[in-house]
Design a protein around this ligand. Structure first.
Ligand code: SAM
Ligand code: SF4
Length: 326
């Protein structure tokens, strides 16, 4: 058996790393408004520890790394981390998911360090709503970040929108229309992770409903392909434009083709975002584990990947999204 093929025949090539649980926003679907208890710095993996895990993962067939969080750009030294990961033999692509606010400062350096592309969260184009959803953010700052990423060549940029009924579901066509400027816009189903999603039941919008709404407003969507978790389409009216992806975690689960494992900010391998299974790598790293021992731990993360996640009501609430890495 090839080592990066799990018990169900899926080839695991993609590692998502939460580099911090901290953030300069408090998005309503991701964090509570106040009283977030950040993990102590000593509990967060140091960069050299992350690099050892990535090296081990690369020997097992991991080819793509995404840095996320929390907000990955609030952690000092992130550019150096990108440079170090891009030097690891076997890693073919490094990407980053961000709220964009610090990209004007970092985009060029990240590109020089080897970052390929960015995904930027953008749930609304209305400044007042942006503030309501992010609680601390400003739309202008994120738009400046998007421009900075374009100028630095971190393209194609994917814009991630979590759709919430009664909050931003009336904007899906406006967001979808951004594909005319070559953005890829991805509509993500809200997941009830952590403590912040008190009214998930009434706010959840299934991907098919978003798709129907876009087609009513902007005309037909041509199906193009499945790309990881996303079903990807293009608006027929913008044949040269960017693409629209639907990540419909609950209404159309993508478990059968899931190729990812995760590393939490505090050093746990998490084979599935929506399953509570975790494998501690931090304690072994700090107890002097050899490279071979770390490699075996990553392998056990691949081996323990569950076949599928449950329904929304079964999602474990033991962790905030920002700790696991969305
Ligand atoms: N701070 C960065 C950002 O917002 O892009 C990276 C971390 S954030 C946790 C990663 C992605 O997870 C974002 O696109 C965000 O919209 C998404 N996300 C966070 N909480 C979510 C939830 N409860 N359901 C669905 N997506 C969520
Ligand atoms: Fe921060 Fe991203 Fe979570 Fe928003 S979604 S609170 S920007 S980590």
């Amino acid at each position: 058996m090839t080592e990066n093929i799990d018990r169900f025949g899926r080839r695991i090539t993609y590692l998502r790393i939460s580099v911090t649980d901290r953030c300069n926003f408090r998005c309503i679907y991701c964090m509570p408004a106040s009283g977030v208890s950040w993990q102590p710095h000593a509990e967060i993996l140091r960069y050299e520890e992350i690099i050892r895990v990535v090296r081990a993962a690369a020997t097992l067939g991991i080819r793509k790394v995404r840095l996320t969080g929390g907000e990955p750009l609030v952690r000092d030294g992130i550019v150096d981390l990108v440079a170090s990961i891009s030097d690891i033999s076997g890693i073919e692509e490094i990407t980053l998911t961000t709220n964009g606010t610090l990209l004007p400062h970092y985009a060029k350096d990240l590109a020089h360090a080897g970052l390929a592309r960015v995904n930027i969260s953008l749930d609304t184009l209305r400044p007042d709503r942006f503030r309501q959803i992010t609680r601390l953010g400003s739309l202008n700052d994120t738009l400046a970040g998007i421009r900075a990423a374009q100028e630095a060549g971190l393209v194609p940029i994917k814009l991630n929108a979590v759709v919430m009924r009664g909050i931003n579901d009336d904007e899906v066509a406006d967001l979808a229309a951004m594909t005319k400027d070559n953005f890829q816009v991805r509509f993500i189903e809200w997941m009830p992770i952590g403590t912040s999603n008190v009214d998930f039941g009434s706010r959840f919008v299934p991907g098919d409903e978003v798709r129907a709404h876009i087609e009513e407003s902007l005309g037909s969507l041509e199906p193009l392909r499945e790309e990881g978790p996303a079903r990807v389409y293009r608006l027929s009216r913008f044949p040269q434009g960017g693409q629209i992806g639907f990540i419909s975690t609950f209404s159309s689960p993508f478990c059968a083709t899931c190729n990812r494992i995760r590393l939490t900010a505090d050093g746990k391998l998490r084979p599935c975002l929506l399953s509570p299974i975790e494998i501690d790598v931090k304690a072994p790293l700090r107890a002097g584990a050899t490279d071979e021992e770390i490699r075996r731990l990553v392998l056990s993360g691949i081996e323990r990947k569950p076949l599928a996640h449950g329904v929304a009501s079964d999602v474990p609430r033991n962790r905030e999204m920002s700790q696991i890495g969305g």
